[in-house]
Design a protein around this ligand. Structure first.
Ligand code: CU
Length: 164
C-alpha cells in the first residue's frame, strides 16, 4: 500500500510539473538565429512575429552584435516613420517583458537606416485567460484541455487512494 501511494505521489508531481511548464510564460528569441540585426529582407521580423501569439508576461530577448537599439513605441506614426526618438543606451541582450496593459508594441532600431531596412516589427499582447471575443488560440484551448485533464486525474487518484 505504501508503495502504491508513493507511486501515485510521484505521478502527481511529474504531471503537475509538466502542466506548469505548459502554461508558463514564454521567452522568444527575436529573429531566431539571425538575432536583432538588419534583416535580409524588410518583412523578416514581421514574418517572424506573425506566427506567434504573445501573452502578458511573455518575454522578448533581443540579441545583437554591432550597433543597434530597441525603441519601444506605442504609436503607429513613430513606427511607420522610423522616428529617431532618442533611446536609452542599452546593451545586448535586452529582455523586454510584455505587459498586456500595453496591448500593442511597436519595436524598431533607431540606428542609421536600420528601421527603414526592416529592423522593425509590431505585436499585439493578449491577457492570459482573455475573454476577448476572438477565436480561441491553440494555447488557450490547450489550457482548457489541461484543466479538464487535471479534474479527471484528481478524481482517479482520489479513487485509487480510497481503494488501496
Ligand atoms: Cu539596428
Amino acid at each position: 500500500m505504501a508503495r502504491g501511494m508513493g507511486l501515485c505521489c510521484c505521478f502527481i508531481v511529474v504531471v503537475m510539473a509538466l502542466l506548469k511548464g505548459a502554461t508558463a510564460a514564454q521567452t522568444y528569441e527575436v529573429g531566431d538565429s539571425l538575432g536583432w540585426e538588419v534583416p535580409p529582407n524588410s518583412s523578416y521580423y514581421s514574418e517572424w512575429a506573425s506566427n506567434k501569439t504573445f501573452y502578458d508576461g511573455d518575454k522578448l530577448s533581443f540579441n545583437w552584435t554591432g550597433s543597434h537599439t530597441v525603441r519601444i513605441s506605442n504609436t503607429a506614426a513613430e513606427y511607420d516613420n522610423c522616428s529617431k526618438t532618442p533611446v536609452a543606451d542599452i546593451g545586448s541582450p535586452f529582455v523586454l517583458t510584455l505587459n498586456a496593459s500595453e496591448p500593442v508594441y511597436f519595436l524598431y532600431c533607431t540606428v542609421n537606416d536600420h528601421c527603414k531596412r526592416g529592423q522593425k516589427f509590431s505585436i499585439n499582447v493578449l491577457r492570459l485567460n482573455s475573454t476577448v471575443a476572438a477565436p480561441p488560440s491553440p494555447s488557450s484551448a490547450l489550457s482548457l484541455t489541461i484543466d479538464a485533464f487535471v479534474a479527471v486525474l484528481s478524481t482517479l487518484v482520489t479513487l485509487v487512494l480510497i481503494y488501496i
